[in-house]
Ligand binder design. Structure first.
Ligand SMILES: Nc1ncnc2c1ncn2[C@@H]1O[C@H](COP(=O)(O)OP(=O)(O)OP(=O)(O)O)[C@@H](O)[C@H]1O
Length: 308
């Protein structure tokens, strides 16, 4: 488990992380989301002790990262996919890492296979595609067989097959009871991989929710119905908690009743329908709405900086 308590990080007069509190639970994949500059990388750096909090605390399996005797076996992370010497092979890179952390050689072969790198393991990492580089970064994160895996933008730049691979890998790790956290600035992509979401903007917590709840909330915008008898349908559906608006002579948008119930009532009373569509907001739109103020703040800051 990762436990973040009132975590704050200031760089001069800029507050990158602002009193953030959340936990990342084992047995599920948690998506850590926020627009660019929201403070995701800064938070992740503090989790693994690469940055010191200005105030607040963060523990990894109950202890500060640097208090663990073998941190790589507690939490494996991918923060900089390209932190590999370009002249080294994937095999040499992983072997060196394993050696300096007392990890047995056979684990190198295991993670190479797990990451699908067997055929390129002895090629120079400098010649790797972005996707191969990401796979190597993930292989390194898994080297210590850690209980916690934390990946910064692991699907950034991956093709659909690569995204599917990451998804299968991470849900497999979560199913084994591990704690899995991944950051992204793309909601739709994250919703496919994660079970839980922690959303931040301007360094502050905006949402801590399940993906299901977020999707449900994003989808609740009524049902569009088309009928040749709009007045009869309107009378049938009217009642407490139901709001009906007309969009054209034959189209209604019904809020407060699901499409199944509308269809059943119309059929029962012989009202012909030729469209019955639940209105959905795309996840990306819902995410943008949630983080809008945070983004506006960012662009205002950028505008102020430009003006100065
Ligand atoms: N070393 C630093 N010195 C000064 N400011 C910093 C430093 N690191 C980050 N920041 C600022 O802190 C804020 C948060 O940055 P951070 O990189 O954590 O955001 P992010 O959510 O990871 O963004 P992205 O999705 O673009 O990676 C930004 O405004 C950034 O400019």
């Amino acid at each position: 488990m990762i436990d973040v308590r009132r975590l704050t990080k200031r760089y001069g007069d800029r507050t990158a992380v602002d009193g953030l509190t959340f936990t990342v639970q084992p047995g599920q994949v948690t998506g850590f989301l926020g627009p660019n500059g929201a403070g995701k990388s800064t938070t992740m750096r503090m989790i693994i002790g690469l940055d010191r909090p200005t105030s607040g605390s963060v523990t990894v399996n109950g202890k500060r990262y640097d208090r663990h005797r073998a941190p790589l076996t507690e939490i494996g992370s991918l923060l900089e996919a390209r932190s590999v010497h370009p002249g080294r092979s994937a095999f040499a890179h992983l072997t060196a890492l394993a050696h300096t952390h007392g990890i047995p050689r056979r684990r190198v072969d295991e993670v190479i296979e797990l990451a699908g790198l067997t055929s390129v393991a002895h090629k120079r990492a400098g010649a790797f595609s972005l996707g191969m580089g990401q796979r190597l970064g993930i292989a390194a994160a898994l080297l210590g067989d850690p209980q916690i895996v934390m990946l910064d933008e692991p699907v950034n730049g991956l093709d659909p097959e690569g995204v599917l691979w990451v998804r299968t890998l991470l849900s497999g790790l979560a199913a084994e009871g591990r704690t899995v956290m991944l950051s992204s600035h793309l909601m739709s992509e994250t919703a496919l991989i994660a079970d839980h979401l922690v959303v931040i903007g301007r360094g502050r917590l905006l949402a801590d929710t399940t993906v299901d709840a977020f999707v449900q909330e994003a989808g609740g915008r009524g049902v569009r119905v088309a009928t040749t008898e709009p007045e009869r349908l309107r009378a049938l559906l009217s009642g407490p908690g139901v709001a009906i608006t007309s969009t054209t002579a034959e189209h209604l948008v019904v809020d407060g009743m699901d499409s199944r119930r509308i269809g059943a009532l119309a059929a029962q009373h012989g009202v012909p329908l030729y469209e019955l569509t639940p209105q959905t907001v795309s996840l990306e739109e819902a995410f943008m709405e949630l983080t809008r103020d945070a983004v506006e703040y960012q662009s205002t800051t950028a505008a102020t900086l430009r003006a100065a």
